[in-house]
Structures are given as C-alpha cells and as structure tokens.
Design a protein around this ligand. Structure first.
Ligand code: MLC
Length: 372
C-alpha cells in the first residue's frame, strides 16, 4: 500500500502534543494533503476514539466511496513530567462549577478519583470486593508477559497490587492505566479495493482477512453526577446496540478486547458483554484468578479469551491510543497469528473503548472472513 492509495484518514487528539485539526495536521505533515478527493477527520470520544474511528471508517467506505481509510493515534504521556500530565489530564474531566465542599468535587488526580467514585458505587451496590478489583491488575499482568511489546515484563502478585500506594479510594497505583508513549495505525479498506489488489497480485486471497461486522455507541456525562446510579454508564447500551446491529449474541464472540483503564471499567465491561451477569463481574474475575493460581500463575487463552495483550493496566496506555491495541490484538486473534496467546480458531471478536469517566462507549464486532 502506498500513501497515495489512501483517500481517508481519521486521527484522535493527543494530550502531550495537541494540534488544531489533528488529522489535518498529520495528513499535511506526512504528505497525504494536498490531494484531490481525500477526507480527513479528527474524532474525539476520548479513549473510545479508535473504536469510534473504526465505525466511522466503515461508514466512509460504505457511504462516501472511500477505498482505504487510515486510522492513526499516538501520544507520549509516559514521557511527560507528572505535573504537566496531571495539569492537562485533570483539566479534561474536572467539574469546574463545584467547590471542594461538594461531594461531587474531584481532587487531583481527577480521573482516578472519578473512577473511584464509580468503583465505590459498584462495591456498595453489588458487593464487589477490593481483592476482586486488584485481581484485574494481576490478570492483565499475567497476559502482558506473553506479549513481546508489552511494557509489563513480570507478573504482579495480588499482595503487590493491594499494597501499592493508594491513588484514590479503592484505587492503587497498579490499578491505574499505565502511562506510556506509543502509537498505532490501522487501515480500513473496501472489499472492492482489496479484490482489485488481489487480482493484480494474482489471487492469494481472503483467508485471514478481517471484516468490521458493525458496532454501537452510547454516551454518559463527562464526570460522575452527584448521585451515581446505572444511568450514568454507557457501555451496556453500546454493547446492546452493537449486538442488535449485527444480530449476534455474547456466545458468538470468541475474543474480547475490553477497556480496562481502571479495574471497575473492566468489571463493568465483563458484565456488559455477557461474560458475567449484572453485578457478577467481580466473581467472574475472581474465578479466573483462582483458575490461574491453580495453573501456577499462568493464563490460558481458552479460559481467558480477553485482553491477551495485557490491556491498559499492563500493556501500556498512551492516553487515547490503547483501544487501538485492543483492535490490533483482535485482528491477530482473527488471523490466527497470536502464537502462544491464540484463542483456538477465533472467528469473531468484540472490541470496546471507553472515553472520559464512562462518558463515551464504542463497541465494534469484528469477524474473520470466510476462507476461500
Ligand atoms: C504506574 N506505574 C505502573 C502502573 N502505573 N506500573 C505498573 N502498572 C501500572 N498500571 C509505575 C510507573 O511506571 C512509574 O514507575 C511509577 O509507577 C509511578 O507512576 P507515575 O505515573 O510516574 O507516577 P505519578 O506521576 O506520581 O502519577 C501517578 C498517577 C498517574 C496515578 C497519578 O500515573 C495517573 O494519573 N495514572 C492514570 C492515567 C490515566 O488517568 N489515564 C487515562 C485513563 S482514563 P517508575 O519505574 O517510572 O517509577 C481513559 C479514558 C480516556 O483511558 O478517555 O482517556
């Protein structure tokens, strides 16, 4: 593929290197613009951005006759000094109209404190335990060590996670999205474009191609409301919309790329996608943790076909980039090229991105094309 084959580009904003019209900035810098008949767009749904972009790229191919749309994301929040990072991150989600005396006030670090409020709601309402939340981080680290590109190189123990410095109530340092520098790109192409290229290269087709079956999105408030209840969350609705659009059910999915910026996000996602019943996400995590303990601290993709790369907690989280990694891992799973991490004969995958504090949810369902 050459740069001039692209007729669409979507970019998500960067926290460390913000630019006006990010996609235009990028397209101009790499030489894609100026060119006739190119559409470039910047999309901002926070950490849901890459999944929103995937669905937008599908629409661009279907409704705007695009042949190949690139999605690009990059950030360098790992290299930012702590105070600059927190100044910018805090500004994004701080409820500026409330003062410190209000129960809605979120102290710095604002994002972990926002998730802490949701965590405590979930613990009170459904009985999810502190240990179950910490187990999410342990499981992610056990997955990450199997991926050559993951930041986390050695697995964490439950004790390590529980004893890490507290960042916000019920949220320790090892339960925060792991700040990182990184980037990723993917290309969504029309079937016709792929066919033409294949014919030009004499066949060699179809097997291992990945298709976007469809998806769904939903929105919640930018930060938690004064009283937290089920209404503020958006993942469940996005999942329902995705399954309805594709006429599929949880049992049809072989691999799940679930957003895990904090354990509560993962636990709620496990429930939303149907791996566990409502309120049962903590028990599901604990059951997988116990199985992993019995297997000597290892994780089998057959028993845990989720975030086989380690997710935000352990693979690494460059701000709005990490849902791209969910998609990349899903594509490897569907191409059957994930090696030791492979979920046997995976045919369909669900990828989920979350932006803000449960503010934006985007879910896409991907499928392996039928072999020729
Ligand atoms: C941090 N460390 C971790 C880790 N998190 N190690 C393993 N696993 C993790 N999950 C390590 C760091 O690598 C570093 O190691 C040390 O702990 C200290 O981390 P730090 O980030 O350098 O410390 P500090 O500057 O004090 O900040 C701590 C923090 C910050 C918790 C305030 O890390 C933070 O805000 N994290 C959350 C980031 C975040 O909110 N991302 C967006 C999530 S919401 P060493 O060896 O270098 O000392 C989302 C939605 C959206 O994803 O829309 O974006």
């Amino acid at each position: 593929l050459r740069l001039r084959d692209l007729d669409g580009l979507i970019a998500v904003p960067s926290l460390s290197h913000p630019h006006f019209l990010e996609a235009h900035h990028f397209a101009t810098k790499v030489g894609l613009l100026p060119k006739d008949d190119v559409v470039v767009r910047t999309l901002d749904t926070g950490g849901a951005g890459p999944i929103t972009a995937l669905l937008e790229a599908k629409r661009m191919v279907e409704s705007e006759s695009c042949q190949a749309v690139a999605i690009v994301a990059g950030d360098a929040v790992g290299g930012m000094d702590s105070s600059t990072f927190l100044e910018r991150a805090d500004a994004g989600c701080r409820p500026s109209h409330v003062d410190e005396s209000s129960p809605q006030f979120l102290p710095s670090p604002v994002i972990p404190h926002g998730y802490a409020r949701c965590t405590n709601y979930h613990m009170d309402r459904f009985g999810t335990t502190r240990e179950q939340l910490a187990m999410v981080s342990v499981l992610m680290s056990r997955s990450a060590v199997q991926h050559p590109d993951a930041l986390t190189r050695s697995p964490r123990t439950l004790e390590e996670v529980l004893q890490a410095p507290q960042v916000a109530p019920s949220v320790g340092l090892l339960e925060c999205a792991r700040r990182a520098d990184g980037g990723a790109a993917m290309i969504v192409a029309s079937s016709r474009f792929l066919e033409r290229r294949r014919t030009a290269r004499r066949g060699n087709g179809g097997s291992g191609d990945v298709v976007i079956l469809g998806g769904g999105e939903a929105s919640g408030p930018l930060y938690p409301p004064p009283v937290i209840d089920e209404e503020m969350f958006s993942c469940e609705q996005a999942v329902r919309n995705a399954f309805t659009a594709c006429q599929l059910e949880p049992d049809d999915i072989d691999f799940f790329g679930l957003y895990d910026c904090f354990p509560i996000c993962f636990v709620r996602a496990v429930e939303a996608v149907g791996l566990a019943p409502k309120g049962g996400g903590g028990d599901w995590v604990e059951a997988r943790y116990r199985e992993s303990e019995e297997a000597g601290g290892t994780l089998s993709p057959a028993k845990f076909p989720v975030n086989t790369h380690g997710g935000l907690l352990a693979f690494g989280a460059p701000w709005e980039v990490p849902a791209m990694y969910n998609v990349h891992e899903a594509v490897q799973q569907l191409r059957w090229t994930a090696g030791e991490r492979q979920v046997d004969r995976a045919r369909r995958a669900l990828v989920y991105g979350n932006g803000g504090i449960f503010s934006a949810s985007a879910v896409a369902l991907l499928g392996r094309a039928v072999d020729e």
